[in-house]
Structure formats: structure tokens, C-alpha cells
Design a protein around this ligand. Sequence first.
Ligand code: ADP
Ligand code: MG
Length: 234
Amino acid sequence: MIQIKDVHKSYQMGNNSLKVLKGINLHINEGELVAIMGSSGSGKSTLLNILGMLDEADTGEYILDNVLIKNLNETKAAHYRNKFLGFVFQSFNLINYKNAVENVALPLYYQKVARKDRQERAIKYLTKVGLGEWATHLPSEMSGGQKQRVAIARALAADPKLLLADEPTGALDSKTSYEVMDLIQQINDEGKTILIVTHEEDIANMCKRIVRLKDGVIIEDVSVNQVRAAAYVQ
Ligand code: ADP
Ligand code: MG
């Protein structure tokens, strides 16, 4: 589903250039649940933004579902982003004056889905994340965990091929984090391909595969069973 080949990315700051990704190679198959791990500043968000078509690599190739993502005009980029990708962020990014069901329906509005369908699908996904009863509540009336569930429902509403989550549990206490990860695992069990950026080992261990970044290169890429086995041997 995803092929990243020798991707490099630098940021220009005045006369200085900061190399952030230094030759990333990554293949992700349909149905995987992958954690991208690494300390702060290692390039995780930069990589996720490239995967999410929010940014482009300087050099190298990104192929998403057999489409080469390169030099696309904004209309085409938006088309693929809408069709392929769902996003979840650490800070939820819900719209405060819209209730839960309106938040979930919003991406469907941008995709010109008819009002009745939008409403039905939004309710369906809110129910899926366990918030069917909370449809008319505002984000301010919800806990952090509930808000992240709404954000997950919103990300799923247009049935994307790939769900990208940048530190989805970063603003949650550990109990709530595990509950949100349980939900993410359940969505993955139903077949969705999911990529999570996290710097928490516990959270990464709830994924099936861990890709570890350090200073812009992948230093480890293992299935979680191997990680556990390695810990056991030590
Ligand atoms: P992570 O998500 O692993 O913490 P990032 O990908 O956000 O890392 O950032 C990697 C490095 O690139 C950091 O040193 C960060 O300060 C820098 N960086 C990120 N975004 C920008 C930007 N838009 N302009 C300049 N530097 C950036
Ligand atoms: Mg980051």
C-alpha cells in the first residue's frame, strides 16, 4: 500500500539547511498497524506529513496505493488526500462550536456527500467508537478520551485506506491512552491500515510493527513479537 524509497527532506532556515530525513525506505502493506517511534526531533512528524501529503519529500519516491505522489497540483492532491487518508492529531483538532455528529460529518461535507448520508454515516461512526449517545454534545462537554474518539470517528467517516495518527495518546492519561489504543486495535482488526507516531514504548507495543527513527534514519524495523522476544532474551 505504501512504498517510500530513499526519501530525503531538509528544512531551510535562512542560509542554513537542517537535514531531517536522510534516506528513508519503508514498505507498508494493507492491514498493518505500525508505530513510528523515536525521540523528539527525530523526524517522525516530518515523515508522517509526507505520508499524509501535507508535505513533499525533497528527493526519493512516495507511492501510495499505486499512485506516485509527486508534483500533484492542489486539486489532485486534495482528491487523493480525501480518498486515501484520515488524520488524527494529539490535540484532537475538533471544531468547538460544532457538536460531535457535526464534527464527524464535516469531511463528508467537503466531499459533497448528501446531507442525509452525512448524518447517517456520522452516527454510524460515532456509534462505532462508543459515542452514539453523545452525538449532540459539544467537545467542551467531553473528556479528552471522548474527544479523541470523536476525532477517530471523523477520520474514519470517509472510509480512508490509511489512518495516520500523530501522537494520538499524547494528551491523554495512561488509562485513557490504553482505551484509545484498544479502539485503534479494533479498527485495525477490521482491516484498516494504521500508522501511529508515538514516543511511548507502551503505546508502540500495542501495534504490530515498530519502525524506530533516529536522527532521520530508520535504525530498527521489527514486528512487535520480535521486540518482546528480544526483551525476553535480555
Ligand atoms: P518529531 O516529530 O520526531 O519530534 P519533527 O519531524 O517534528 O520531529 O522535526 C524534526 C526536526 O525538524 C526538528 O529539529 C524540528 O525542529 C525541525 N522542523 C520540523 N518542522 C520544521 C519546519 N517547518 N521548519 C524548520 N524546521 C522544522
Ligand atoms: Mg512530532
